[in-house]
Write a protein that binds this ligand. Structure first.
Ligand SMILES: Cc1ncc(COP(=O)(O)O)c(C=O)c1O
Length: 421
């Protein structure tokens, strides 16, 4: 009865009033799907049985299944056994987690132990980047522009734009031979204004898999010192590139040893497989304890109205692994296993292409490192892979190596050869 009454009243409303009631969002235009998650959706809907998704960077085992690290399972059990409460963490997250994240990144070298710094737990790597962007927009008036390597992780651009910064790039990839464009990079770092903000990928550069050698890092550090640039390091893959935590953070540590008061964003998504737990950290190296305190107070002021405080489970798991000697040493083996499987897939993909008769030089597949292979395939070839073969990857030809397995690698190599011959 009540429903009928309502319908009756709405029919009596003048047309304009009715339109106004139902048109709050009529001005909202449909936006484009996310470059990566949109492909995941499209792949899900594809009915072809041999379809392959090479878009997303989330580790799979050789059966193509998500892999929860055994150390993570054990840490979870230990946490359950402790019967902990679910109270809020502080605004900056768990202190013990922050200490461990810092130690993991910088090591236990005396140089770093005595640094003054501030670390906050964040909503994974993306949250760390966004928070850093917002802080820099507010407190680094010297520059409103952040320089990213070209190319860079596609989400960097919107993260920083939405933090209110302008985004420009410096040269990273030599697209002719898929190596690091050292000369181009150095030139650009020299020619941008002094005190610019410059972002570097610590290791496993996404999307290219092209990393800097220690000599490159030394030169970059020198130029950034001369130019007084603010160095910003995104470390989303520590331990995941080479399987060795020290090697993967060697560039970062070199920069810190050279005295850069850098900003660091860390993610535990990949190296602990804590993707959905949203576990990360952001660190500012500071000149003094008082500076660290001031920075910390302002970080809190940004976080509190944003998400109040970070999620607790991922940080508890990470802390349990990092502080339990048995879990820690097992985790080191897991890192080696993940990096090793990716390395093996690189070799197999290259060999598969050769076996198919490809005459292209695919040697870079094996020299690139980390989660992705920057294949050099153009948009048309990528589209053909999707339309004709049901193989999904980002438009820039980036292949998520962790999604390759013994089951699909032959098919992928054959299809890649078909579209590139
Ligand atoms: C370069 C880079 N930075 C940051 C992230 C952030 O990852 P998450 O938010 O999952 O920790 C990613 C994830 O793919 C990445 O590749």
């Amino acid at each position: 009865m009540a429903m009928r009454g309502l319908m009756h009243v709405s029919k009596l409303l003048p047309a304009t009033a009715r339109v106004r009631v139902s048109s709050f969002w009529s001005g909202v235009e449909t936006g484009p799907p996310d470059a990566i998650f949109g492909l995941v959706e499209a792949h899900k809907k594809d009915p072809r049985p041999n379809k392959v998704s090479l878009a997303i960077g989330a580790y799979r085992d050789d059966q193509g299944k998500p892999w929860v690290l055994p150390t993570v399972r054990k840490a979870e059990q230990r946490i359950v056994d402790k019967n902990l409460d679910k109270e809020y963490a502080g605004i900056m997250g768990y202190e013990s987690f922050c200490k461990e994240a810092y130690k993991l990144a910088f090591g236990e070298d005396d140089n770093f132990k005595n640094n003054s710094y501030v670390t906050t737990q964040t909503v994974s790597g993306t949250g760390a980047l966004r928070l850093a962007g917002m802080f820099l927009n507010k407190f680094y008036p010297e520059a409103k522009t952040i320089y990213l390597p070209n190319p860079s992780w596609p989400n960097h651009n919107p993260v920083f734009k939405q933090s209110g910064l302008e985004v420009k790039s410096y040269r990273h990839c030599n697209f002719q031979n898929m190596t690091f464009d050292a000369a181009g990079c150095y030139d650009d770092l020299r020619s941008i204004p002094n005190k610019s903000m410059v972002l570097f990928h610590a290791c496993a550069h996404n999307p290219t898999g092209i990393d800097l050698s220690l000599d490159h890092w030394a030169e970059v550090s020198k130029i950034c010192k001369e130019k007084n640039h603010l160095v910003f390091v995104d470390m989303a893959y520590q331990g995941f590139a080479t399987g060795d935590l020290e090697k993967d953070s060697a560039g970062l540590r070199l920069l810190a040893k050279d005295g850069h008061k850098l900003v660091l964003c860390q993610s535990f998504s990949k190296n602990m497989g804590l993707y959905g737990e949203r576990c990360g950290a952001m660190t500012f190296l500071t000149e003094s304890e008082s500076e660290a305190k001031a920075v910390e107070s302002q970080i809190k002021i940004i976080i509190r109205p944003l998400y109040s405080n970070p999620p607790i489970t991922g940080a508890r798991i990470a802390t349990e692994i990092l502080t339990s000697p048995d879990l820690y040493s097992e985790w080191l083996d897991e890192l080696k296993a993940m990096a090793g499987r990716i390395f093996e897939m690189r070799g197999k993909l290259q060999q598969g292409l050769i076996n198919e008769g490809s005459t292209r030089d695919w040697s870079f597949i094996h020299t690139q490192i980390g989660m992705f292979c920057y294949s050099g395939m153009n948009q048309e070839q990528v589209k053909r892979l999707q339309d004709e073969y049901g193989i999904y990857m980002t438009k820039d030809g980036r292949i998520s190596m962790v999604s390759l397995s013994s089951n699909n690698i032959g098919y992928v190599a054959k299809s890649m050869h078909e579209v590139t011959k």
